[in-house]
Design a protein around this ligand. Structure first.
Ligand SMILES: Cc1ncc(COP(=O)(O)O)c(C=O)c1O
Length: 388
């Protein structure tokens, strides 16, 4: 029985918010791994690590099961633990705050800039206390934070700097790549990300910290299964620290290496779709298109618009519902602010007015390379229809 990839969304059918673009090269690389006899972390995961490391100019990189795993390892390797405070946005996914809670630390939420929805060095500095150990930024939607200023701030106060670059695998600002200024950076290869491998992540950064993370991420064992394979008795190993199991499989890495190589092509298409949206939607009353700062090479994981309910004909939730019901177009929201979610609700935090306003107004339109020009026009026409 032969299987071909699922067809791309048709011009008139349901348009999902996201869909990976998988080609014959990805399929061939996965089949090659299936035929190789080696499925777990091995030559392909190592290839991915070397490529990411060299692209970033980082000292080391470790391919893991998810960005969440990379964040957990980053905090463990960075020695962040009970009683420590880590400054981070609330307008992000729950992964970093959850991982902080897992190591016993306290996420300290700071507000974001109203234009980029990124945290700023000024807001972070105002939140520093004697308990602060680290700053964990998120590059919201693929637009990088001001990492030169964050680096200076972290150095000035002796803090660890961690980049949650889940959205920014292919992004830069003033010539600095996302993931290259922090002590550690974490990337996501989750199914909806700019390079999609189903699940997966990469931790990159300082050699000493990635070395610790690698040990912690393979049970604390001093060598990998691939290193031991065929070379010595597989029982010939030592557990140096009580670790976890977070290594990326070569099956995932096979997909990831091809997707990673296609990022320039993918990002160009995402940027073209974003430019078309901005041209067509700027000026609609109450709808704000994304602000891109000078010097930013945006990764365009998200195309986020803000809908002001007092100035637009429909609010954010009605827009999302009408796009889906009338036009079969799915959208998404980034994010439910973490301070409003279960375990964080009721915890005292600094005022977060921009975060709260943005969270009530933000809508992510479909923006991915599997979209055709007809899909893009369909989204534009549907939004115009709601605004007319
Ligand atoms: C900012 C951010 N960080 C971390 C993650 C977690 O990524 P993963 O699913 O690879 O663990 C996500 C997922 O969407 C995210 O948006």
């Amino acid at each position: 029985m032969s299987h071909t990839p699922a067809p791309a969304p048709t011009a008139g059918g349901p348009l999902p918010w996201n869909r990976p673009l998988i080609g014959e090269d990805e399929i061939a690389e996965v089949v090659d791994t299936l035929r190789s006899g080696w499925l777990t972390h091995g030559p392909k995961a190592t290839r991915l690590e070397h490529t990411v490391r060299d692209t970033l100019g980082a000292e080391d990189a470790f391919a893991v099961t998810s960005c969440t795993a990379a964040l957990h390892l980053a905090f463990l390797a960075g020695g962040i633990g009970a009683g420590d405070e880590v400054i981070t946005p609330s307008l992000t996914f729950c992964a970093a705050p959850n991982a902080l809670r897992q190591v016993g630390a306290r996420p300290v939420f700071v507000d974001v800039d109203p234009f980029t929805l990124n945290i700023t060095p000024g807001a972070a500095e105002a939140a520093i206390t004697p308990l602060t150990r680290a700053i964990a930024v998120t590059h919201y939607g693929g637009q990088m934070c001001d990492m030169r200023a964050f680096r200076e701030l972290a150095d000035q106060y002796g803090l660890l700097l961690i980049e949650d670059a889940a959205h920014a695998l292919h992004a830069s600002r003033d010539g600095l790549r996302a993931g290259s200024a922090g002590d550690l950076a974490t990337f996501s290869l989750y199914a909806n990300k700019v390079a999609a491998a189903g699940e997966g992540g990469v931790l990159a950064g300082r050699g000493d910290l990635v070395h610790k993370a690698r040990l912690l991420g393979r049970h604390g064992i001093d060598s990998s299964a691939w290193q031991r394979h065929g070379k010595r008795n597989t029982a010939d190993y030592e557990v140096e620290v009580p670790g976890l199991k977070y290594v990326m499989s070569d099956l995932t890495a096979a997909l990831a290496v091809v997707q990673y190589a296609r990022l320039p092509e993918f990002t160009e298409r995402r940027a073209a779709i974003s430019a078309a949206y901005t041209r067509a939607l700027s000026g609609l009353p109450g709808l704000t298109t994304p602000t891109v700062l000078p010097g930013v090479e945006h990764g365009w994981f998200l195309y986020p618009v803000l809908i002001d309910p007092d100035a637009a004909p429909v609010d954010r939730d009605k827009t999302a519902a009408a796009l889906l019901e009338r036009h079969q177009i799915s959208t998404s929201v980034h994010f439910k602010p973490v301070h409003s979610l279960g375990p964080y609700r009721g915890v005292i935090h600094r005022p977060l007015p921009v975060t709260e306003t943005a969270a009530a107004r933000q809508l992510s339109l479909p923006c991915y390379p599997a979209m055709t020009d007809e899909h893009v026009d369909r989204v534009i026409n549907a939004v115009h229809d709601l605004w007319s």
